[in-house]
Design a protein around this ligand. Structure first.
Ligand code: NI
Length: 202
């Protein structure tokens, strides 16, 4: 199995890419602009969802569509400028059927003592990757798209992905887990790219 990079280059098999695919997305869904670091909106602490209603379901679906389009394997609401506690993930492998998971108010109820380092990336930190140490296994409680409470135990890439996305709900990025030297290097690089892009479009 080829290791998949978190939030980075996710499954592509069901994406045709380009404008054709975009045109095929049902009108009920929308691609949302993804906020790129450094940006204060990525530092907000989100508010729990009261009920998973049509409005929250729509956010979940839009986030999934945005994530698949990027492509990535996880996305959190603050990355699209929404301050509700919502994340979506899909760590299915290429050629497998999509396995989207929609979570509102995800909450860590258990984590293993065993930790592991895995390479992470983030749609809000494009092209940047670093090894992050986290618990290998976690149990997470959340509300699904039908407002039903669920609990899952995750390991492997799903455990990494869910913890990474839950971090976003507290305003934490994967670079906050690495040395300040590496973090500043990455953030400076992104700020520079941002400046250049703004200059070009000005
Ligand atoms: Ni991320």
């Amino acid at each position: 199995m080829v290791p998949k990079r978190l939030d980075g280059n996710g499954p592509k098999s069901y994406l045709l890419g380009g404008t054709v695919e975009t045109a095929r997305i049902p009108r009920t869904m929308a691609l949302l602009p993804i906020i790129v670091a450094p940006d204060p909106r990525l530092k907000v602490k989100t508010e729990p969802v009261e009920t998973v209603d049509d409005d929250v379901r729509r956010l979940m679906d839009d986030m999934l569509e945005t994530m698949y389009d990027a492509p990535g394997i996880g996305l959190a609401a603050p990355q699209v400028g929404d301050s509700r506690s919502v994340i979506v993930v899909d760590v299915s492998r290429d050629k497998e059927d999509p396995q989207p998971i929609r979570m509102a108010n995800p909450e860590l109820v258990w984590e293993s003592e065993e930790e592991g380092a895995h390479k992470e990336g983030c749609l809000s930190l494009p092209e940047q990757f670093a090894d992050v140490v986290r618990p290998e296994r976690v149990r997470v409680r959340y509300l699904d798209e039908n407002n039903e409470p669920q609990e899952i135990e995750a390991d492997g890439i799903l455990a990494t992905c869910v913890q990474h996305e839950m971090d976003h709900l507290r305003g934490t990025l994967f670079v906050d887990h690495i040395s300040s030297l590496k973090r500043n290097m990455i953030l400076r690089k992104l700020a520079k790219i941002k400046k250049q892009t703004q200059k070009k479009s000005a």
